[in-house]
Design a protein around this ligand. Structure first.
Ligand code: COA
Ligand code: AMP
Length: 636
C-alpha cells in the first residue's frame, strides 16, 4: 500500500507543518522565524530568518557524523579511461581549500562565480566551495558556445570564472579555453580572475595575471593547510543561478535559495527515490543542467549518499553496456537519466544482451525525466532490467519533481505515458485560456497554485518583472509551467507539449526562438522559422526554414550549410540544428504569425486543421512538399 495519498493530504492540510518537519533533517545555524512568510518576496519566501550553509550540510556534517571514509564522489570517465574516488573527508579538504582560494581572489558572500566545465569532480568541488563562502555559482553547460557563455557573463557579472582546458566528446576534444577567452572578449563585463583546470588531453595557454592553474593553486593551499570555513547565509540567500532557455535568445536566470532548496531536496531522496545515506545514487546527466545540480550534486550529498560523476555517453564509450558496468562496479542503487539515453541503448542493444552480462542485483530503480518518456522505452527498460521504471516531471525552475510515482512512499500503480501524481508541495490544476479549471481528461495549461514549495525559484536573477511576466501574469494566483496536458480520474498527470517555443532535444531544453534569432542574423536570410519535430532517438529535433532575401542570388545549399554552422557557432553543438530548408515563403496567419504548430503537426503526421486565419493556404502545401522531399513527414 502506498502512503502517497496520506502524505499528500497531510501536506495539503498544513503545508507549513509539513515543511517544518522536513526541515528537521537539515542542520541550521539559526532556525527560521517563519516557515513561510507570504509577505516576503514575490509570492512569499520559505524559512525566513533562518541561517544555514549548504556546503556544511553536504559535506562537513557527514564527516562529523563518521562518514569521512565513505566515497562521496566516484568519477567514472570511460571517455578518458580513468576513475577516481573521493571520500567525504577528502571532499572536505578539497572544498575548503578551493573555498580559501576563491577568498584569496576576493570572492565574498553574494559574489557570482561562473563554472564552465566538463564532467569532472572539480566542477562539483567548485560548486560546493562557492556554497561554503556564500558565493553564488552559475554553472554553464559545456556544450554551449562562446556567445551563450558571454550572455551569461553579462547577466551574472561573475567576479571569477572556473573552467577547464578541454572537454572530451567521443569524436573530438572540445577546447574550452578558446571559447572562454572569446566569451570574455565578447562580454562587456570582465571577470577579474579565471581558474583553469589543465587536462592532459589538451592543455591551454593561460593569460598572464588573469588566469591561474587549478592544480598549482590547490597544491599551494595544501602545503599551507589553507582552508576556508563555512559562512552563515540566510536561508533565502541565493545558492546558485542556473540559466535556462526562455522564448528569446536571452536566457532566464533561475535563482535557487539555500534553505528551501536543502529541505526539499533532502526530502525527495528518501520519499521519491527511496535511497538511504550510504547508498550509491547516480544521475547520468551533466552538472550544466538542473538534473545535475539537484541529483548529481546537492540531493545525494545532502543525504550522505555516494554520487557518480559520469563522463561518457550511454553508447559508444565504449559500448551500450557502460551503464550496467557502472551499476555493477559501484553498486548503484538508483539511476536517473533522460529517456533519450535509453532510446540510444535500446537502438544499439535491442535484445538487452549487454544487460545480461552484468550483475544488477543491487539495482533497485530507474528514474526518467527531462522529456516525455515514451511507453515503448519504459516497457523495454522494465522488461530487461526487472526494476521499477519511473517517469517523473519537473523543470529547471522547480529543482525537483512536480509529479512522480514516489518509490519511497510506496509505488502507485504504473500508468504508461504519465509521469505520475503531484508531489506534496504542488497543487496542480489544468486551466483553460480564461483561467478556469478544466475537468478530468481535458487538455489545458498545467499550472501550480501559489505559493510554490521550497526549492522552486523565488524569482529570476535581478529581474522580478520578467519572473512575474513569464510565470505569474497569465493565470493570477498560479505559476504557469508552460507545459500543456491533462489529469485523469485518478489524479495522474499527462504532459503533452510545451505551450511556448521551447523544445526538448535529447533531454536538452532549447529555445527555437533563440535559434531563429541566429538564423535571422544571416545576411541572406529574410525570414525564418524553427520548429521541433519528432525524432525516434532524441525525442525532438529542430528543423529550420529560411526565406532568402530577394536578389540574394546565392546557392541555397551553401546558405543552408552556413546557417547550420552559424547556429553551432552561436549557440553550440548541443542545439543539434542540422536540417535547414530554403522555402519561397512561410505559412502565416493574416496578422503575420508564423504557423509553427501546424508545420510541426504536418511533419509529425498528426491530424491538423487548416487555421481559419491563414493568409494563403497554398503555402502549407508547399511546406508539406519540402518536408516530404526530405523524408521528414512521419507516416508518409
Ligand atoms: N561539451 C561539448 N559538446 C557537447 C557536450 C558537451 N558537454 N555535450 C554534447 N555535446 C555535443 C555533442 O558532441 C554533439 O555534437 P555533434 O553534433 O558534433 O555530434 C552535439 O553536442 C549534440 O549532442 P547530443 O544531443 O547530446 O547528442 P549526441 O549525439 O552526442 O548523443 C545521446 C546522443 C542520446 C547519446 C545523448 O544525447 C545523451 O546521452 N543524452 C543524455 C541526455 C541527458 O543527459 N540529458 C540531461 C537532462 S536529464
Ligand atoms: P528542463 O528545465 O530542462 O528540466 O526542462 C523542463 C521541460 O522538460 C518541462 O517543462 C517539460 O516540457 C519537459 N519535461 C521534463 N520532464 C518531463 C517528463 N517526465 N515528461 C514530459 N516532459 C518532461
Amino acid at each position: 500500500m502506498s502512503r502517497y495519498h496520506e502524505v499528500y493530504e497531510s501536506w495539503k492540510k498544513d503545508p507549513e507543518a509539513f515543511w517544518a518537519k522536513a526541515a528537521e533533517d537539515i542542520d541550521w545555524i539559526r532556525p527560521a522565524e517563519k516557515v513561510f512568510d507570504p509577505e516576503a518576496g514575490i509570492y512569499g519566501r520559505w524559512f525566513v530568518g533562518a541561517e544555514c550553509n549548504t556546503c556544511y550540510n553536504c559535506v562537513d556534517r557527514h564527516v562529523e557524523a563518521g562518514r569521512g571514509d565513505q566515497p562521496a564522489i566516484i568519477h567514472d570517465s570511460p571517455i578518458t579511461d580513468s576513475k577516481r574516488v573521493i571520500t567525504y573527508s577528502e571532499l572536505l579538504d578539497e572544498v575548503s581549500r578551493f573555498a580559501a582560494i576563491l577568498r584569496d581572489f576576493s570572492v565574498e558572500k553574494g559574489d557570482r562565480v561562473i563554472i564552465y566545465m566538463p564532467m569532472v569532480p572539480e566542477a562539483v568541488i567548485a560548486m560546493l566551495a562557492c556554497a561554503r563562502i556564500g558565493a553564488v555559482h552559475s554553472v554553464v553547460f559545456g556544450g554551449f558556445a562562446a556567445n551563450e557563455l558571454a550572455t551569461r557573463i553579462d547577466d551574472a557579472h561573475p567576479k571569477l570564472i572556473v573552467s577547464a582546458s578541454c572537454g572530451i566528446e567521443p569524436s573530438r576534444i572540445v577546447p574550452y579555453k578558446p571559447l572562454l577567452d572569446e566569451a570574455i572578449e565578447m562580454a562587456s563585463h570582465k571577470p577579474d580572475t579565471c581558474i583553469i583546470l589543465q587536462r592532459p588531453q589538451r592543455r591551454a595557454g593561460l593569460v598572464p595575471i588573469r588566469d591561474h592553474d587549478w592544480a598549482e593553486l590547490m597544491n599551494r593551499a595544501k602545503a599551507r593547510d589553507h582552508r576556508a570555513e563555512c559562512v552563515s547565509v540566510a536561508a533565502a540567500d541565493p545558492l546558485y543561478i542556473l540559466y535556462t532557455s526562455g522564448t528569446t535568445g536571452q536566457p532566464k536566470g533561475v535563482v535557487r535559495d539555500n534553505g528551501g532548496h536543502m529541505v526539499a531536496l533532502k526530502w525527495t531522496m528518501k520519499n521519491i527515490y527511496d535511497v538511504d545515506p550510504g547508498d550509491v545514487y547516480w544521475a547520468a546527466s551533466d552538472v550544466g543542467w538542473v538534473v545535475g545540480h539537484s541529483y548529481i550534486v546537492y540531493g545525494p550529498l545532502l543525504h550522505g549518499c555516494t554520487t557518480i560523476v559520469f563522463e561518457g555517453k550511454p553508447v559508444g564509450t565504449p559500448d551500450a553496456g557502460v551503464f550496467w558496468r557502472i551499476i555493477e562496479e559501484h553498486g548503484v542503487k538508483v539511476l536517473f537519466t533522460a529517456p533519450t539515453a535509453f532510446r540510444a541503448i535500446k537502438k544499439e542493444d535491442p535484445e538487452g544482451e549487454f544487460i545480461r552480462k552484468y550483475d544488477l542485483s543491487g539495482f533497485k530503480a530507474l528514474f526518467l525525466a527531462g522529456e516525455r518518456a515514451d511507453p515503448d522505452t519504459v516497457q523495454w527498460a522494465e522488461r530487461h532490467l526487472g526494476v521499477p521504471v519511473i517517469d517523473h516531471w519537473w523543470q529547471t525552475e522547480t529543482a525537483w519533481a512536480i509529479a512522480a510515482n514516489p518509490l519511497g512512499l510506496g509505488l502507485l500503480p504504473q500508468k504508461y505515458g504519465s509521469p505520475g501524481v503531484p508531489m506534496p508541495g504542488y497543487e496542480v490544476d489544468i486551466l483553460d485560456d480564461a483561467g478556469e479549471r478544466l475537468p478530468v481528461g481535458e487538455l489545458g495549461a498545467i499550472c501550480v497554485k501559489l505559493p510554490l514549495p521550497p526549492a522552486c525559484l523565488p524569482t529570476l536573477w535581478q529581474d522580478d518583472e520578467r519572473f512575474r511576466e513569464s510565470y505569474l501574469s497569465r493565470f493570477p494566483g498560479y505559476y504557469e509551467t508552460a507545459d500543456a496536458g491533462y489529469v485523469d480520474e485518478d489524479g495522474y498527470l499527462y504532459i503533452m507539449s510545451r505551450t511556448d517555443d521551447i523544445i526538448n532535444v535529447a533531454g536538452h531544453r532549447l529555445s527555437t526562438g533563440a535559434m531563429e534569432e541566429v538564423l535571422a542574423s544571416h545576411p541572406d536570410v529574410a525570414e525564418c522559422a524553427v520548429v521541433g519535430i519528432a525524432d525516434d532517438l532524441k525525442g525532438q529535433i529542430p528543423v529550420g526554414f529560411v526565406v532568402l532575401k530577394a536578389g540574394a542570388g546565392r546557392d541555397t545549399s551553401e546558405v543552408e550549410a552556413e546557417c547550420v554552422r552559424l547556429v553551432r557557432e552561436k549557440i553550440g553543438a548541443v542545439a543539434a540544428l542540422k536540417i535547414i530548408m530554403t522555402v519561397a515563403r512561410l505559412p502565416k496567419t493574416r496578422s503575420g504569425k508564423i504557423l509553427r504548430g501546424t508545420i510541426r503537426r504536418i511533419a509529425d503526421g498528426e491530424e491538423w486543421k487548416m487555421p481559419a486565419t491563414i493568409d494563403d493556404p497554398v503555402i502549407l502545401d508547399e511546406i508539406t512538399e519540402v518536408l516530404r522531399a526530405r523524408g521528414l513527414v512521419r507516416g508518409a
